[in-house]
Design a protein around this ligand. Sequence first.
Ligand code: F6P
Length: 327
Amino acid sequence: MSEKTIAVLTSGGDAPGMNAAIRAVVRAGITSGLNVMGVKRGYNGLLSGKLGEDILGMKLRSVSDIIHRGGTMLYTARSPEFNTPEGVQKAADNCRKLGIDGVVVIGGDGSFRGARDLTGAGIPCIGIPGTIDNDIASSEYTIGFDTAMNTAVEMIDRLRDTTESHDRCSVVEVMGRRCGDLALQTGIAVGATTILVPEVPYDFQEMIIDRMRFTQQAGKKHFIILVAEGVDRDVSEFAREIEAQTGIETRATVLGHVQRGGSPTLRDRVVASEMGYRAVELLTAGKSNRVVVMRDSKIIDLDITEALAMKRTFNKELYDIAHKISI
Ligand code: F6P
């Protein structure tokens, strides 16, 4: 595939480690004899098609000093225009005009659906899972998850100091969209009394009030209740209800977008680097409509359409363990 051109873009919510993946794609592409272009702001950059403005020629040194940086040097966006048949056609036409023979898309399931559609319009695409949510069924790991968990743990450790000093309860919301993985892992690591996730129905009285009373009788005076954002109730509502029923002063904290920033952890840098390299390998081997995923701790590739049809499983066993020991 010498003298061919590939492009790389990041799409959807940013995630720490995306830069490491971009770096790997650019370096692996160039050292394999390909031209590599960086597309800005996800599929919007392909829709604009402006060379030198939204689509940049990448050199080996274009990706220097980014492996340790959060965010994405190519910027990112969600693109409503691309999500139409006309948008996909326009992006594919622009790729042909620019001589782009293949695209590496770093993002979540929505970005993979775009990659599948663009492949269908004649531009071979390879997906790499990049999202802090860990909500991609086909991959047991997504780039950014480790950093986001560690950031959440650091923030909640700080909250714990003040919660403890005042004998209070803190109800904390973490991100994750409809996926409870971030809440589960973080909740275990901070010793949360209760973890609520969208995958497991809960009874407020039993899961929060009764557990708080039980641990109070065993001498506990401060409490962390961890709530995934996909749970049906607002953390402020939970806080009001807990205070009313227990008499314990309660505060609500939404961690929000701090979880999406910051320098990627070693794990995110390494996984992103390997996935980026594998994506280029697939394109040079003439493959398309594939997604690079982690399964049984190995980096492999799957058909995007099959990957998108997979159903996520939640680690209920670990969830039950968390509640048995945080008492
Ligand atoms: O998918 C990543 C994520 O941070 C989710 O956890 C969250 O629900 C969403 O994106 C927030 O999106 P936005 O950045 O558009 O507010």
